[in-house]
Design a protein. Structure first.
Length: 375
């Protein structure tokens, strides 16, 4: 680069930096090069960091990335010979970089193309949209979906952690703590924060809705309802081992499983009421006027399910969930998880807005999960 694509690195290692070094050594390549990737710096070797440009694949190549690429190519590292062909205008460089990263195509709309890869985004979408309204409740469905302060919270971090646990088969507590401490300022409750920081974390008999807001990927990962319920329990009880905490996680996971396997709303409603004893007879209009902030499973999981049952599409489900007030991001996450499974997808325009607000390592886990579990 620039010029033409001569080869691709073999899949020699799970560590991208070693893969690149192996290719350079094998090919005896002597060139001025740059590395453009969506992985964090920990995936590369120290001597490569001067050449590395980390990008978000859903915002793609922009003028800032092109400027950085030109700067590296125009000022060879370690006194390497500057190739006169390394000069070029920004648009030319962007085209070349885009061909390397995304294929030789005239369509440079990276978010749209990558969204063709099915990703599970419902819970995270509900969290991002609800984040602004958690402490600024609205009691109406007429509100902007995205505000300047809309962002992911602890609900998303722990949802990603559960997805990583399902992918890696590591101990669930270990994986939750890895992600929780990586994003320690995401807004955890006091008891869960202490659990993350503890040298010897133990379940603390919680019935908070943290067990239910993180569980949605479990509903996609298994072929039977029985296995889904068992793994939902396992995901919850490492911290939220109160019966209500476990029940909340199982109820949301069961809703996701039943919705994605083609059950009707009436069938989902009857199963949840019969199995878990939740009252789903109320409507959002009946809940909304007197509903207040409630972080317990028993005080938020039924409301989130009702918002889904009352809805007519994904966006309507999210709007109904947020309109109830209370713990808006978590209710939005739970409702969004079920609504995506039932309606089939998060609308593309909404998904694009959400994806641009997520760190690269979240997106990597989401893509890996979809590749493994989503048919």
């Amino acid at each position: 680069m620039p010029g033409f694509l001569t080869d691709t690195t073999p899949n020699m290692s799970s560590h991208r930096g070693y893969e690149i070094d192996s290719w350079l050594k094998e090919c005896k390549a002597e060139c001025n090069y740059i590395i453009i990737d969506d992985l964090d710096t920990e995936n590369f070797n120290h001597h490569q960091l001067e050449r590395l440009i980390v990008v978000n694949p859903f915002t793609g190549l922009d003028e800032d990335v092109a400027d950085k690429a030109i700067a590296i190519l125009n000022h060879p590292i370690n006194n390497e010979t500057k190739n006169k062909n390394s000069m070029g205008d920004i648009n030319h460089i962007k085209d070349l970089l885009s061909q390397v990263m995304y294929g030789n195509t005239e369509d440079k709309n990276v978010p749209q193309r990558l969204l063709q890869r099915k990703m599970i985004l419902g819970a995270i979408t509900g969290d991002v949209i609800g984040s602004f309204y958690e402490f600024c409740n609205v009691k109406t469905t007429e509100f902007p979906l995205f505000r300047e302060g809309s962002n992911y919270t602890d609900d998303t971090v722990m949802t990603i952690a559960v997805a990583d646990w399902l992918l890696s088969c590591n101990r669930v507590a270990l994986t939750l703590r890895k992600w929780g401490n990586r994003y320690i300022a995401a807004g955890y409750g006091e008891m869960f924060y202490n659990w993350l920081q503890s040298e010897n974390p133990q379940p603390y008999n919680s019935f908070g809705n943290g067990s239910a807001m993180r569980v949605s990927y479990v509903g996609w990962a298994f072929d039977t309802l029985e296995k889904t319920l068992d793994m939902a329990k396992h995901s919850a009880e490492v911290s939220h081992n109160h019966p209500e905490g476990i029940k909340g996680a199982q109820a949301i996971a069961a809703c996701v499983f039943l919705a994605r396997t083609g059950k009707s709303k009436q069938e989902i409603k009857e199963y949840i009421e019969t199995t878990f004893g939740y009252d789903l007879s109320r409507t959002c209009d009946e809940i909304r006027p007197g509903y207040k902030f409630n972080e317990t499973c028993q005080g938020s999981v039924p409301e989130a399910i009702v918002a889904f049952l009352d809805s007519h599409d994904f966006e309507d489900a999210i709007r109904l969930a947020i309109s109830l007030g209370g713990d808006s991001d978590t209710i939005g996450a739970m409702t969004g998880a079920i609504a995506e499974a039932y309606y089939g997808e998060v609308p593309e325009a909404i998904a694009e807005e959400v994806l641009t607000r997520l760190p690269n390592d979240f997106i990597e886990i989401m893509l890996q999960f979809s590749q493994k579990f989503v048919k």
